[in-house]
Design a protein around this ligand. Structure first.
Ligand SMILES: Nc1nc2c(ncn2[C@@H]2O[C@H](COP(=O)(O)OP(=O)(O)OP(=O)(O)O)[C@@H](O)[C@H]2O)c(=O)[nH]1
Ligand SMILES: [Mg+2]
Length: 202
């Protein structure tokens, strides 16, 4: 385990790439549908309650939120996608921001895709998986809110997704997670360690 995750600190929120921390070192992005539990997962894995803002209202995180893990190691909590009530101009803005971030950010070394175990692999999730495949960005998937299903059902969802993604010519890992029950924390720490190490060793 990397104890540094518990010392994570908020750096800043940026509405675009102009105000991001310098593009140096290594950065892992947390992406996923709005309300999937990205911000909660960041809080749970850093053992902090209010590090990333969470909300019952989908679409809460509209900016790129940066966190420092260690010197030149960061997380970024990306704005959630797929929230139907968001007006079209905001959706377009979101698209533009994500595309710019994903294409321009040199320090981006891995992606954690957060999916609600009850609503996995939406169209946007697929886009994100395909993006990672296209750009050879290492991907770790967490199926969160696992507490909402019994263990057997949650495990079945995971196996099903594993099967659906098994044809992709890219390495990816996947796990169950619950911010409520704090399960899957050691597993995500190990995955994050791997994502950081993969680039460092290249
Ligand atoms: N039961 C349960 N609820 C969760 C879990 N993770 C998150 N939630 C709840 O789901 C809601 C959304 O969580 P957030 O972490 O804010 O979701 P987000 O993906 O950051 O959402 P956006 O910022 O809108 O993109 C909140 O009400 C959380 O309390 C979990 O593991 N189990
Ligand atoms: Mg959020």
């Amino acid at each position: 385990m990397n104890p540094l995750y518990h010392q994570a600190k908020f750096i800043n929120s940026s509405p675009d790439l102009k105000f991001t921390p310098p593009d140096l070192g290594l950065e892992i992005a947390f992406a996923g549908r709005s309300n999937a539990g990205k911000s909660s997962a960041i809080n749970t894995l850093t053992r902090q309650t209010g590090l990333a803002r969470t909300s019952k209202t989908p679409g809460r995180t509209q900016m790129l939120n940066f966190f420092e893990i260690a010197d030149q190691q960061r997380f970024v909590d990306l704005p959630g996608y797929g929230y139907a009530k968001v007006p079209l101009p905001v959706k377009k803005q979101w698209h533009q921001l994500m595309e710019t971030y994903l294409t321009k950010r040199k320090s981006l070394c891995g992606m954690v895709l957060v999916m609600d175990v009850r609503h996995p692999l939406t169209e946007f999730d697929w886009q994100m998986v395909e993006w990672c495949q296209h750009t050879k960005l290492p991907l770790h998937i967490i199926l969160t809110k696992a507490d909402k299903l019994n263990f057997g059902a949650a495990k079945n969802v995971m196996l099903q997704i594993e099967k659906e993604l098994s044809d992709l010519p890219m390495p990816l890992t996947l796990q169950l997670f619950s911010s409520l029950k704090k399960t899957g924390v050691d597993e995500i720490h190990a995955a994050l360690n791997r994502l950081f190490a993969a680039r460092q060793n290249r």
